[in-house]
Design a protein around this ligand. Structure first.
Ligand code: ADP
Ligand code: ADP
Ligand code: ZN
Ligand code: ZN
Length: 837
């Protein structure tokens, strides 16, 4: 058997072998991806990294896993993903941590998402003092630990300690008022009669119009309310009947305009408030919820104080605190507190306590290393940034201690300050140590430099990409002349590519001055931001960048220019000459497949008009509207112009596959027959144009002024590789952000402030230079640019830096240093300065 084992070991595959991959722009490539190592996929954006990592490795790894589920699923799926790859061998089960983790539900918190709450609930079940039914506390003993019956010394009562399950707000421990969500929805009285100048007959009572039959106005009349005078002129008594009147039955005569029938019937009066409550209790789906939602407001649950826990679940105490209270502590404080538990327990309990405490601390330490120590476990996941959520998933993956899995990580460096990159690398190393493999798509040279192996895609984006241009260890890549990332890996300092502005002339064009009170963990601030310059806001995650810029500055400026009231916490804002503040962030564009690059960039409308003018279209009577794939006569009848159809696979989320009829083109066959000559003298149909990338379309459409101008902007922003018909919601965050930017270029911008939230997402270091050029263009047009950023290349090229911190959460929220990059580099307080040095 000794001999057999070495034989096996020799046969253990060392790499995922990919042969003939053609997903998206991949050029029929063969590539081996080493297993049990950290492998990085690099390349400019659009070069095919994601197509390789997600489109091949993850798609195949997850498909094979799904295959094992059932014959039914298998049949549907193999139809579904006729993977555009000849062969993939030795791919383990794959898990992907996406750049944009799905939107979490109301029941998800940082505690549940990290699973740290499981350990805490176990502590509170096994290690706590428990309350007897008469309200006395019984000190922890091994009996508690074993979930055995307890006896209260004071009253002699016998009772059982709650199990960990009974302490869960997603189960038996839920507050009965809010059902474990921590919030209650109540009717927002101010929305019931939005316009008091209307009469009830004219529809003054909004919920009666949208949630009830309009017959309620007739019933109201029977209740003694005048329905033909403006609502504002009704007596208090009449208004009270509308808002709170009793459910009395009234006999009414009615006349239906729709059917032109008259009749009489008994009808119960539903006051406006009850109308909403009643509709809320009957809501079945999202659509119904939407209709009711506008009459509701959310409040912290008064019964549990937002802790989501029932009174019983908040009873057990450790070190004088209950579960709700400890969940409100930051992870850093909580770890200290947990460390202090063991010494308070009887000797006999300590070994058991030790294992629970250790399991908690190991996971918590991970999260702290990933720079999330400032978060509290009760924080709703929906209020976390995408970077924070992705790191939360990552930490959980390690905690689960799986083995034999390939983890595909899509830009995990998002939102990560240079000082937290080490933590990220540590997590990836742990995954590998547990017998997994890591394939990471990233641009951050600090992350790339730590990989054991690198596969570089290129040479450029789109059509002219999709090849492996270099592969090997970091050392190999650095010395490979074909590599485009190599030179950046060698560079150990960020390069300045913009002209420096002398310290004395920074404020030459004036300033924006803002003063704010404290909000979240951010302290009161006074800040001056130079107009007509590039200001970069830096700081570790949780230090308050987003709060200052997105919750104070932008809403403050918007309110000021609209002459409306400033947000409560904004004391004053002074910004002469700034008329608009525009946020260009990485949130998805559009929510459904109907928004495409062509529609968003405004070229689709133009193209439709053009095709309607062709002789063939005229002969067949097709106007521009017919060429709309959303509503036009020429849209594909099978997929209704979406290009995809959904398969519902049992137990799984629906799977979208390209429409078999139009093959994803969204158009009916007839549309293909209507063609016009391009600048290159070839003839194209509209569906063909839509399947071209921006650069090819630019050639085909040369000579068409407004279309080429719009396409040229996309090209200049490095988006030339996008396909015109590509749906915008599936663009990466960085691509979405640049597409939004494209629609802003080429206008005079002297009255504009642009705010960018991490624009370096998805950008190769060479693309970062292009981006800096775009900022310069905006500034040359007179705009003021503010950027929230972690990328050192961007930071080093700022005119002015505002460094927040020093830490995250309670230990941050101040301006640590402010000034030119040189001044920041000299600041001994600034962590960012240390990296700039
Ligand atoms: P990277 O990850 O290197 O930025 P991608 O793999 O996302 O590059 O993209 C490679 C090429 O494939 C690009 O030309 C892109 O436009 C194209 N592509 C990516 N996703 C899709 C899609 N869903 N439909 C059509 N083309 C796509
Ligand atoms: P950064 O942008 O520097 O990462 P943020 O401005 O997002 O920092 O966060 C600053 C602090 O405010 C953090 O402690 C964060 O947890 C807290 N915070 C941010 N948004 C909310 C929110 N909606 N509710 C509660 N706390 C929040
Ligand atoms: Zn509650
Ligand atoms: Zn179709």
């Amino acid at each position: 058997s000794e001999g057999k084992r070495t034989q096996d070991e020799r046969n253990i595959p060392q790499a995922i072998e990919i042969r003939g991959a053609r997903v998206h722009n991949l050029k029929n490539i063969d590539v081996d991806i080493p297993l049990h190592e950290i492998v990085a996929a690099a390349g400019v954006s659009g070069s095919g990294k994601s197509s390789l990592a997600l489109g091949v490795v993850y798609a195949e790894g997850s498909r094979r896993y799904l295959d094992s589920l059932s014959i039914y699923t298998r049949r549907r799926m193999s139809q579904a993903s006729k993977a555009q790859v000849d062969e993939v061998r030795y791919v383990p089960a794959a898990l992907a941590l996406h750049q944009r983790p799905g939107i979490p539900g109301v029941r998800s918190t940082f505690g549940t998402g990290t699973e740290l709450l499981n350990s805490l609930r176990l502590m509170f079940s096994r290690l706590a003092s428990h309350r007897c039914p008469n309200g006395h506390y019984v000190a922890p003993t091994l009996d508690v630990a074993a979930e055995r019956e307890l006896v209260c010394d004071q009253c002699g009562e016998h009772f059982y300690a709650p199990s960990a399950e009974e302490l869960s707000f997603n189960s038996q421990g839920a507050c009965d008022r809010c059902g474990g969500t921590g919030i209650v929805r109540t009717v927002d009285k101010s929305t019931l009669v939005p316009d008091e100048s209307l009469t009830i007959d004219e529809g003054a009572v909004a919920p009666w119009n949208s949630l009830m039959w309009s017959i309620m106005t007739d019933v109201a009349r029977e209740m003694g309310v005048r329905t033909d005078v403006p609502f504002s002129q009704l007596s208090d008594k009449e208004k009270d009947i509308v808002y709170n009147g009793p459910q009395e039955k009234k006999h009414i005569l009615y006349h239906s305009k729709k059917t032109n029938q008259a009749g009489e019937l008994d009808f119960t009066f539903f006051n406006a408030t009850y109308t909403v409550e009643n509709a809320l209790s009957k809501v079945k789906d999202d659509k119904g919820m939407k209709r009711v939602e506008r009459f509701l407001k959310q409040e912290t649950c008064p019964q549990c104080g937002g802790t989501r826990l029932s009174d019983a679940a908040r009873a057990p105490k450790i070190r004088d605190l209950n579960l709700g209270q400890v969940c409100a502590m930051t992870l850093e404080k909580l770890s200290e507190w947990v460390t202090g538990i063991e010494p308070t327990l009887p000797e006999a309990m300590r070994p058991m306590a030790h294992s629970i405490v250790e399991s908690y601390l190991t996971s918590a330490k991970r999260l702290e290393e990933l720079g999330l120590g400032y978060l509290t476990l009760d924080r709703a996941t929906s209020t976390l940034s995408t970077g924070e959520r992705q790191r939360m998933q990552l930490a959980r993956a390690v905690r689960n201690r799986s083995t034999g899995v390939v983890y595909v990580l899509d830009e995990p460096s998002i939102g990560l300050h240079p000082s937290n990159v080490t933590g990220l690398i540590g997590v990836m190393r742990d995954l590998v140590a547990d017998g997994n493999s890591v394939l990471v798509v990233d641009h951050d040279t600090q992350v790339l430099a730590e990989a054991d192996w690198m596969i570089e895609m290129g040479p450029v984006a789109g059509k002219s990409g999709g090849n492996v241009i270099a592969q090997g260890t970091i050392e190999t890549i650095t010395n490979d002349k074909n590599s485009r990332i190599g030179p950046f890996l060698k560079l150990d300092h960020p390069a300045r590519v913009r002209d420096r502005i002398e310290k004395d002339s920074i404020f030459e064009f004036g300033h924006i001055r803002m003063s704010t009170d404290s909000i979240h963990t951010v302290k009161p601030l006074e800040v001056d931001i130079p107009k007509g310059r590039l200001t970069v806001v830096t700081g570790v995650s949780g230090s308050g960048k987003t709060t200052m810029v997105l919750e104070s500055l932008i809403p403050g400026l918007q309110a000021a220019s609209a002459k409306e009231q400033l947000p409560k916490h904004v004391r004053s804002i002074e910004a002469a000459g700034i008329e608009q503040a525009k946020l260009i962030d990485a949130s998805p564009i559009g929510i459904n497949v109907r928004s495409t690059v062509a529609t968003y960039a405004n070229v689709h409308d133009e193209l439709r008009k053009l095709y309607a003018r062709t002789p063939e279209a005229k002969r067949l009577g097709y106007k521009a509207g017919a060429f709309s794939y959303n509503t036009g006569a020429l849209r594909c009848p099978v997929c209704d112009g979406t290009g995809v159809i959904s398969l519902d696979v049992q137990f799984l989320p629906d799977v979208d596959i390209p429409c078999p009829q139009c093959r994803g083109s969204r158009y009916a066959k007839e549309a293909g027959n209507i063609r016009r000559k391009g600048a290159d003298y070839k003839e194209y149909s509209l569906p063909e144009l839509m399947s071209m990338d921006v650069d090819s379309a630019l050639e085909a459409c040369a000579g068409l002024k407004s279309i080429s101008r719009r396409l040229q902007v996309l090209h200049d922003l490095g988006l030339g590789y996008l396909t015109l018909g590509e749906e915008t919601p599936s663009l990466s965050g960085g691509e979405a952000q640049r597409l939004k930017l494209a629609s802003e270029m080429g206008k005079g911008q002297s009255a504009s402030l642009f705010v960018f939230d991490e624009p370096s997402i998805g950008l190769h270091p060479s693309d970062v230079r292009t981006l800096l050029g775009v900022f310069q263009t905006l500034i040359d047009q007179g705009a003021t640019v503010i950027v929230i950023e972690h990328d050192l290349d961007v930071i080093a090229n700022a005119d002015y830096i505002i460094d927040m911190g020093p830490g995250g959460g309670e230990s941050g929220g101040r301006i640590v240093a402010i000034g030119t990059p040189e001044e920041i580099a000299q600041s001994s307080q600034s962590i960012t300065g240390k990296y700039l040095r």
